[in-house]
Design a binder for this molecule. Structure first.
Ligand SMILES: Cc1ncc(COP(=O)(O)O)c(C=O)c1O
Length: 344
């Protein structure tokens, strides 16, 4: 078969040559004792880029969200999150299993949870029947809604609503830099009202491993304890942090190329018969659509011609763009998908 075009996720990105060099040269120490200079440097840089006082290097986005949730809350409280959010759908129920929390979901409109919808899930904390809501989680970009961007204004509206009722606000910003680049604003502006934010280095930013959880210094101090609790205290992980520094200093602006390629792909797919695709949702590096018939059959046929994608619980197919897929590869993917479509 021709080269396989892997559009399953932006997590498939491999380290850049500069990352391999940075790994080889990284100064290392035991990070549990805060003695890894490369991790310390990454955490400072991350805090600065995202506009928070401090940051914590964690193994994954899931671990970062979990540490945030457990740090902000106590068991028997409620976490409010969007009904198709990654935290609710794809993190193994960690908030319930390890945080002892009731998750109350809010149906968003392209990831935006309207103030009335948020307020509806905040019940009287004095009522003895209630698990009081203490944390709102927001996702930007919102993955299942199409990789759509939430604006600084939308973020503020949601955060203000939560804060007015005494809730804290966490942002799952796994792809916050995609959102920032697509909107032409600093990432820090998008999360200015969030009490904490997690973002990933290991997606479009190409690091092999790692995410950051950022917030006020006292929050990060406690989150560091929770990270240890879940087995995330790493040792000479500066070898990984060295890649993260390259991600944050060299790999952010180029995300615009992935966004342009996603648009090219989406426009081509939208022309194929029977594909339902809302071009307005294609704002960053993800392309969601509904093929006619069974999505699994469609994905199987795509795989047979060397184009790999994934199915989402909402019945849609997702194709992801990342730096190993150039514009020429997008045209090739469209040619291959067009060849199997609709029935040849
Ligand atoms: C929106 C969102 N949040 C969190 C995560 C979790 O990241 P990880 O796979 O590093 O645990 C992902 C992963 O795809 C994601 O898309």
């Amino acid at each position: 078969m021709d080269t396989v075009l892997n559009l399953r996720s932006d997590t498939v990105t491999k380290p850049t040559d500069e990352m391999y060099r940075a790994m080889a040269a990284a100064e290392l120490g035991d990070d549990v004792s805060r003695d890894d200079p490369t991790i310390n440097r990454l955490e400072e840089l991350a805090a600065e880029k995202i506009g928070k006082e401090a940051a914590l290097f964690v193994a994954s986005g899931t671990m970062g969200n979990l540490c945030a949730i457990v740090t902000h809350t106590h068991p028997r409280e409620s976490l409010l999150c969007e009904s198709q959010s990654h935290t609710y759908e794809h993190e193994v129920g960690g908030a319930a299993a390890l945080g002892g929390l009731l998750c109350r979901t809010i149906r968003g409109e392209r990831g935006f949870m309207a103030p009335e919808a948020i307020r509806q899930e905040i019940h009287d904390p004095e009522d003895v029947h209630v698990a009081p809501a203490t944390l709102l989680s927001i996702e930007n970009t919102h993955n299942a809604a199409g990789g759509v961007c939430l604006s600084a204004e939308q973020m503020k509206t949601m955060a203000d609503t939560a804060h007015a009722h005494g809730l804290k606000v966490h942002t799952d910003g796994a792809r916050i830099f995609n959102s920032a680049v697509a909107q032409g604003v600093p990432a820090a502006d998008l999360v200015a009202e969030s009490d904490s934010v997690m973002f990933c280095l290991s997606k479009g930013l190409s690091s092999p491993v790692g995410s950051l959880l950022a917030g006020p210094a006292d929050f990060v101090k406690e989150a560091r304890r929770v990270r240890k609790l879940v087995g995330g205290g790493m040792r000479q992980a500066g070898i990984l942090a060295a890649c993260g520094i390259v991600s944050l200093t060299k790999m952010v602006d180029r995300l615009a190329e992935d966004h342009a390629n996603a648009r090219l792909l989406a426009e081509g797919l939208a022309e194929l018969p029977g594909i339902e695709l809302d071009l307005d949702t294609v704002q960053t590096n993800l392309v969601f659509f509904r093929p006619p018939g069974d999505p699994d059959d469609f994905l199987q046929r795509c795989a047979e011609v060397g184009v790999l994608g994934v199915r989402f619980p909402n019945g849609q197919v997702r194709l992801s763009l990342q730096r190993h897929i150039a514009a020429a590869d997008v045209k090739e993917a469209l040619r291959r998908i067009g060849g199997i479509w609709p029935d040849s």
